[in-house]
Design a protein around this ligand. Structure first.
Ligand code: ADP
Length: 472
């Protein structure tokens, strides 16, 4: 169980972020330490060399002023004062033979380098070398220098302080690195958890959502960072899913409620004819009634399918250049005979062209639904005025009638599916025309509104953007 938890932890983003953070932090600390180490060690070596050079110049002055015996005496005294294990000196002839030295019992392993002497004789003023003596902790820095004619000084100094620094540095380095890595891991883990807390909230909400709890949303903080953008996008997606599920539920209820009545009617007609019908005329009437009811049903089903298609949004729309003015003129021409038959004056005011991007068939369907309603709900002697207009961004369609109007109580509901106002029940209709018109307008990124005064008339206004919104 514990190993399962560990392996799950290993696969978390927080764990990987922590590793990356600690890794980068450790690497940069290592680089910084390395450069610091180079700087300090070269400084210590430089100081040791300066000390040796200072001593050489002192001996060379002493030789010039007071002779070789004084140099020998002073050198022995200084070597003893500094400590036999700290420094040593040898005075050499140019052939490399030593003619005087400090106490060399501790330094007997240190030989005289011919190559260094040769370099001095070739004109070099001094030669440095660093040597390590087996089984000794500290290295030795040695300086060869010509301090007078035919006299070479070999001066050596233990690099104890240098080695001590390296040892201390190593201890401090390891301790600091361990601390830094632990700190980096803790801080990295804390930061990663903090950053990913929002993602966890999204995950928790997603897990808690079921068909019934679609109204849950991820809390969004006002910081506007990536996590908040994720939460906002997730919430928007939930909004869309909720709208879709609600419309599917409504559709299901509509089907159950509104499709059942015509089917019950068809069944009733058939049953009555079967039990009481005797003549061919009665059977013919039954067939005619059945066909009429079936047509209504088909019309209803097709309209509902079209509403679903429009509500599904832009994906199902054909994007083409549509001339709203032209389509409106055509629609008015088509409805003119019906208007005439009903004694209604139908007029159309549209510019030569009024272009926008949309789906021609859907717009034609919307136009015919609105015109059909305007003529249907206007008594003889009335009028229907259709006009088209536009501005830089939108096109407008207005259909104004002098019909029966809509009561303020009904007005907010007329775009709902299957809603029919009481006073219009005398007219044929299924209550889906305005729902479809509304869905089409919304699918184009536009809107449809209605204002009305009972017994005076109604105005329906459709607003459509000239370019379709991008897919969401
Ligand atoms: P219907 O098939 O009943 O016409 P619609 O969805 O087209 O269905 O319209 C819904 C209801 O809105 C209609 O039943 C009617 O009561 C009312 N309505 C729509 N257009 C008009 C109008 N121009 N004048 C008066 N009432 C209207």
């Amino acid at each position: 169980m514990c190993s399962g938890k560990l392996s799950r932890l290993r696969h978390t983003l927080a764990f990987r972020l922590t590793l990356w953070y600690a890794g980068i932090f450790t690497l940069s600390s290592l680089v910084a330490f390395f450069f610091f180490y180079l700087l300090v060690t070269s400084d210590i070596r430089e100081r040791t060399d300066q000390e040796l050079l200072g001593q050489v110049s002192q001996f060379s002055t002493l030789l010039a002023l007071e002779g070789i015996d004084t140099v020998r005496r002073v050198a022995i005294t200084e070597a003893q004062a500094a400590g036999v294990k700290k420094i040593f000196f040898r005075l050499l002839y140019p052939n490399g033979q030593a003619f005087s030295s400090s106490n060399m019992s501790y330094w007997k392993d240190i030989s005289i380098r011919r190559i260094a002497i040769e370099r001095l004789l070739e004109g070099g003023s001094y030669v440095f070398e660093t040597i390590a003596i087996p089984q000794r902790r500290h290295k030795v820095r040695i300086l060869y220098s010509l301090i007078g004619p035919g006299i070479i000084l070999q001066l050596g100094q233990s690099m104890e302080s240098y080695s001590r620094f390296i040892e201390a540095f190593r201890t401090i380095f390891i301790a600091t690195m361990v601390l830094l890595i632990i700190l980096a891991a803790v801080v990295g883990w804390f930061m990663a958890r903090r950053a990913l807390a929002g993602v966890e909230a999204v995950t928790r909400t997603a897990q808690s959502i079921s068909g019934r709890s679609l109204e849950e949303r991820v809390p969004v903080k006002p910081t506007g960072d990536e996590i908040d953008q994720l939460a906002t996008t997730f919430n928007q997606m939930l909004d869309r899913i909720q709208t879709l599920v609600t419309s599917i539920r409504e559709m299901r209820d509509n089907i159950a409620h509104d499709l059942r009545s015509p089917i019950t009617r068809i069944r009733g007609i058939a049953e009555v004819t079967l039990t009481t019908g005797k003549s061919l005329a009665e059977y013919e009437a039954m067939a005619a009634n059945t066909i009429e009811e079936c047509d209504r049903l088909l019309d209803m089903i097709n309209t509902m399918l079209m509403i679903s298609k429009a509500e599904a949004g832009l994906d199902h729309l054909i994007r083409e250049k549509v001339d709203l003015a032209g389509l409106t003129r055509e629609a008015c021409k088509l409805f003119e005979p019906t208007a005439e038959d009903n004694g209604i004056a139908l007029s159309c005011h549209a510019p030569d062209r009024s272009h926008f991007f949309g789906d021609t068939r859907m717009i034609q369907r919307m136009l015919s639904n609105l015109l059909d309603n305007a003529i249907k709900y206007t008594p003889p002697g009335g009028s229907v005025n259709v006009s088209v207009g536009e501005n830089d961004a939108q096109v407008f369609l207005t259909i104004k009638d002098t019909g029966i109007g809509i009561s303020p109580k009904d007005l907010p509901h007329i775009f709902e599916r299957f809603y029919r106002c009481d006073q219009s029940r005398a007219q044929t209709g299924i209550g889906l025309g305005l729902s479809l018109a509304g869905a089409i307008a919304r699918a184009h990124g536009g809107d449809i509104t209605a204002t009305s005064t009972p017994n005076q008339g109604s105005i329906f206004t459709v607003t459509l953007p000239k370019s379709l919104p991008s897919h969401s």
